[in-house]
Design a protein around this ligand. Structure first.
Ligand SMILES: Nc1ncnc2c1ncn2[C@@H]1O[C@H](COP(=O)(O)OP(=O)(O)OP(=O)(O)O)[C@@H](O)[C@H]1O
Ligand SMILES: [Mg+2]
Length: 501
């Protein structure tokens, strides 16, 4: 039976999964990596630590299942998006800490770029607003602040790439001929890719002052990229998808109108819009969903929320109210409702649909009555409220999508979907069913499907869709009037988070 490996290089941890022909997970290993927060608004990772974790996870998962690398028909890569690495082509060493997607240090650069043409200056080509979230401004920051980096990129010695490029290059040989490429989904998060041509836009590269020689080749998501070296010798690396696009793919949302929401560190709601990039008028991103080699790309509308599970981590790590993420539900259940307390976790500003870098976190509605339980509930509810805003925006935007059917249920995945209170509240707020698949690891599964499709493990996407089976369902159980009251209170709370920074 053919097996496929998937590297899921996430924001907080790295996983390696081995998946069989039925889409079942036969082996898995996971390793967290350090989150470096050297200053307010800065978030860094060590790319070398992450690479080591990838290799360790692969070894562990394979040996757990008594497998050898040669048993894998292919490996796919999925990764935290937008996070940027600069490294030396000759030594293979990172030249600076990786700047993580949540990092806001490039705010000044974004402001400077927006001074000439506004924040939507690049939107018609890239589908994105100018924001610190995307990789391009992070590259500009590195080029301006890291000694010697500009000269090293211009001479071809230093490379700039997102996590997928860093891993692919290393897995396929590193300094000895590693393939320097990025797939279209990751490239569509840089503010440098032209959505129509699927190539770097020379005008945007010039506007940001990034040396083109330092950027990876843009390739389709599904198709062989190279062969592994070392203890992955000869194993084809055959797919790359950004983590949210991988979850969309793994959830079987290959056709126009299908959507999923992933509840991880952040929350990311993506709806497939078929072969047309649909511009958003509601603060959503237009992005690439996937491209199979030799075919036209599919696009998606995306709503991104920066703080979802990360808010639970904050409750755990910074406030110390819980010791494990899964304790948040029991704590929230010690109270009957939110006690009119709302947390707006605008810790790195607000992403979709507001795009307000000036917003900061607020906790409103406090009285002497408020306790830890209310805070836990406000943390969980904040995720659901933010997702409800995304769904509203998608509904308003999707009129441009040909043949779209009404969103009648929401497919969900990610670490927070084990939280019953959150999922029920989400269904209540949306007024539609929330459904999770049997295999919760939709992100890794998507990468496995991508690589396996490229190598003929699965014949086509309909074979992949056929493997999706339901693992849980939450039905709405709330009056429309209560739903509206809560949404209104949330909007009031959001207003109070604005204009702070
Ligand atoms: N029972 C729970 N209730 C609420 N949140 C939870 C629960 N268990 C885990 N989480 C949260 O889920 C998040 C982890 O989910 P997941 O592993 O999907 O994250 P992720 O974003 O994919 O991470 P990465 O980016 O590293 O891949 C953490 O932020 C954690 O706090
Ligand atoms: Mg993840």
């Amino acid at each position: 039976m053919p097996l496929v490996g998937a590297i899921d290089q996430g924001t907080t941890s790295t996983r390696f999964l081995v998946v069989d022909e039925d889409g079942s997970v036969v082996a898995a290993a996971q390793r967290p990596h350090a989150q470096h927060l050297p200053r307010p608004g800065w978030v860094e990772h060590d790319a070398a630590e992450i690479l080591e974790n990838v290799m360790t996870c692969i070894s562990e998962a394979l040996s757990e299942a008594d497998l050898a690398a040669g048993d894998l028909a292919a490996i796919g890569i999925t990764n935290q998006r937008e996070t940027l690495v600069a490294w030396d082509r000759l030594t293979g060493c990172p030249l600076a800490p990786a700047i993580v997607w949540q990092d806001t240090r490039s705010a000044g650069i974004v402001e400077r770029l927006a001074a000439n043409g506004g924040t939507d200056r690049f939107r018609s080509s890239t589908g994105l607003p100018l924001a610190t979230y995307f990789s391009g401004p992070k590259a500009v920051w590195l080029l301006e602040e890291v000694d010697g980096l500009r000269a090293a990129t211009e001479s071809g010695r230093a490379l700039l790439g997102t996590m997928d490029s860093w891993l692919l290059w290393n897995l396929t040989g590193g300094p000895e001929g590693g393939r320097f490429a990025t797939d279209v989904t990751n490239a569509s998060r840089t503010l440098l890719l032209d959505l129509a041509t699927l190539e770097w836009n020379p005008d945007l590269i010039e506007a940001m002052g990034i040396p083109a020689v330092a950027l990876p080749e843009v390739v389709p998501s599904i198709g062989r990229l190279g062969l592994g070296v070392g203890h992955l010798a000869g194993v084809p690396i055959s797919g790359i998808l950004g983590d949210q696009q991988a979850a969309l793919f793994g959830q079987g949302c290959h056709e126009s109108g299908s959507a999923k929401n992933t509840y991880g560190t952040g929350c990311f709601l993506l709806m497939n819009t078929g072969n047309t990039p649909v511009p958003s008028s509601r603060g959503l991103l237009t992005t690439i969903a996937c491209q199979i080699a030799g075919e036209t790309a599919t696009y998606a509308l995306e709503g991104s929320v920066a703080m979802a599970g990360a808010t639970v981590q904050w409750l755990r790590d910074e406030l110390g109210l819980i010791t494990n993420s899964d304790e948040v539900e029991a704590l929230a259940r010690t109270v009957d409702d939110n006690g009119d307390i709302y947390l707006v976790p605008a810790f790195s500003g607000l992403f979709a649909p507001h795009w307000r870098p000036d917003a900061r976190g607020v906790l409103v509605g406090l009285t002497r009555f408020a306790n830890r339980g209310h805070l836990a509930r406000a943390v969980l509810e904040s995720t659901a409220f933010q997702v409800a805003e995304l769904v509203e925006s998608i509904k308003a935007d999707d009129e441009g999508i040909a043949g779209r059917v009404e969103m009648t249920e929401l497919r969900v995945d990610g670490g927070m979907v084990v939280n019953d209170l959150l999922m029920q509240f989400q269904a209540d707020l949306l007024g539609i069913d929330v459904v999770r698949p049997r295999v919760e690891e939709a992100t890794a599964l998507g990468a496995a499907y991508a690589a396996g499709l490229a190598e003929g493990v699965w014949d086509d996407t309909s074979a992949v869709r056929a493997q999706w089976t339901e693992g849980g369902r939450w039905r709405p159980n709330m009056d429309q009037s209560e739903r509206e009251r809560l949404a209104m209170r949330w909007s009031e709370a959001v207003k109070r988070s604005l204009d702070w920074s």
